[in-house]
Design a protein around this ligand. Structure first.
Ligand SMILES: NC(=O)c1ccc[n+]([C@@H]2O[C@H](COP(=O)([O-])OP(=O)(O)OC[C@H]3O[C@@H](n4cnc5c(N)ncnc54)[C@H](O)[C@@H]3O)[C@@H](O)[C@H]2O)c1
Length: 376
């Protein structure tokens, strides 16, 4: 009974304990780049429930504009229909660049099982952003890579950029990697099959797939245009499924093992605030569970399927949005325990690990790269 009561009232006890100890105890000894207090979820700075006027507590727990009832717990733990993150037009975005200084010859000892020497990897959405950096991770680890994207010109430029950076960082290299670009709308089965046929013509085989093609947008659920919602799920969910199935069929025909890494998001496990984006969150939850389900279904064929769930990453796109919305940047960052957003290159190790033999017994996993966002 005592145990039952203790677990029943645990959240309240924890809040009271937090109030009692807040002044003296830092949350952890972790060395954050910002003061630890700045990285706490903001509601922990508001007074505890029992210290406050009960009528205000009631106001705080019914619907209303965030912040309208003053500081209170949960103030930031809700979406705000008035927040609409406007994504920049394509022409308004600076192009993504390969990372410098990551792929050169080095003599630091590391496990040979991380090498992708002799492999061919496909990266959907690889023309820019996270996809481009993950494509670079595969190239730096020894793979030949096919970039697949709806944006033909940018894919071509990025493929060329990857080869140039590789040559710059490996002067005198005899075996520059082969990096090709292929048009595909991943939400179309015909386009997926055509692009894979094209890749097989150029590379002869595929061993690895990373599905990074995806997008997000913000509407409140009651105003979300139905056709846009279908498009969002079409690219994020159908696109991931269609490319994974096409590559798995090819691997099964070759009787070869392989590794598929699906790019989900922490949004598949939590609800981002303040911007409303229910269909995106649901799509990313679907991607995560698709990875688990296909890992089980294809385990017999030696095809591993894992998911990487990034937190807020500072790509050209998010940087542009946040430069225009400093308040949003402040809110997002205040919810990340490590106190800063991730860099695209923070995914390089994760994708190499899951693509390589270093993770041979890892399948169906979700690797969160989110600065501990989803732990709080
Ligand atoms: N940036 C972040 O903070 C973040 C966080 C978590 C998850 N993610 C996920 O990571 C992935 C990449 O995000 P990003 O920030 O690099 O985005 P991005 O917009 O910079 O890049 C996405 C790429 O996908 C391509 N693409 C879009 N629709 C396509 C389609 N139908 N067919 C083929 N290609 C298509 C685009 O042309 C673009 O090159 C997405 O799935 C996104 O949901 C991003």
């Amino acid at each position: 009974m005592q145990l039952f009561l203790a677990s029943m009232f645990k959240p309240q006890l924890l809040r009271q304990l937090a109030c009692a100890t807040r002044a003296q105890a830092p949350r952890s000894s972790f060395q954050a780049s910002r003061p630890v207090v700045a990285s706490l979820r903001q509601f922990s700075n508001s007074p505890c429930r029992f210290e406050r006027d009960p009528s205000k507590v009631d106001a705080a727990t019914t619907s209303g504009e965030p912040g309208e009832s003053g500081d209170h717990e949960g103030q930031y733990a809700r979406t705000d229909d008035s927040v609409r993150v406007e994504y920049p037009e394509e022409d308004d975005l600076p192009p993504s660049q390969p990372i410098q200084g990551r792929g050169g010859v080095h003599f630091k000892r590391t496990l040979a099982s991380f090498s992708l020497e002799g492999r061919v990897g496909v990266v959907t959405g690889g023309a820019r952003g996270l996809g481009l950096v993950m494509a670079q991770a595969l190239v730096s680890s020894g793979a030949n890579v096919a970039i697949v994207d709806m944006n033909r010109e940018e894919a071509q430029r990025s493929a060329q950029g990857l080869i140039e950076v590789y040559k710059e960082e490996n002067p005198g290299t005899q075996n520059a990697p082969k990096v090709t670009a292929h048009y595909c709308d991943v939400s179309s089965p015909t386009s997926v099959n055509q692009s894979l046929a094209d890749i097989l013509k150029e590379h002869g085989k595929v061993d690895n797939l990373v599905t990074s093609a995806g997008f997000t947008e913000n509407y409140s659920a009651v105003t979300y245009p139905y056709d846009r919602m279908q498009k969002l799920w079409g690219v994020n969910v159908d696109g991931t499924y269609l490319y994974a199935v096409a590559v798995a069929k090819h691997l099964m025909e070759r009787n070869a093992p392989g590794s598929i890494v699906m790019i989900g998001s922490m949004s598949g496990a939590i609800v981002n605030v303040p911007q409303p984006q229910a269909p995106y969150n649901a799509a990313k939850a679907a991607v995560r569970h698709l990875a688990s389900s296909l890992a089980v279904e294809w385990a017999h064929a030696g095809i591993r399927v894992n998911c990487i769930s990034p937190g807020y990453m500072l790509t050209a796109l998010t940087k542009k949005i946040l430069d225009d919305n400093p308040e949003l940047q402040r809110q997002w960052t205040s919810l990340i325990p490590v106190g800063k957003m991730g860099r695209p290159e923070d995914l390089m190790g994760a994708v190499t690990f899951l693509s390589s033999d270093a993770s041979l017994y890892v399948t169906g996993a979700d690797l969160r790269v989110d600065g501990a966002y989803t732990c709080t």
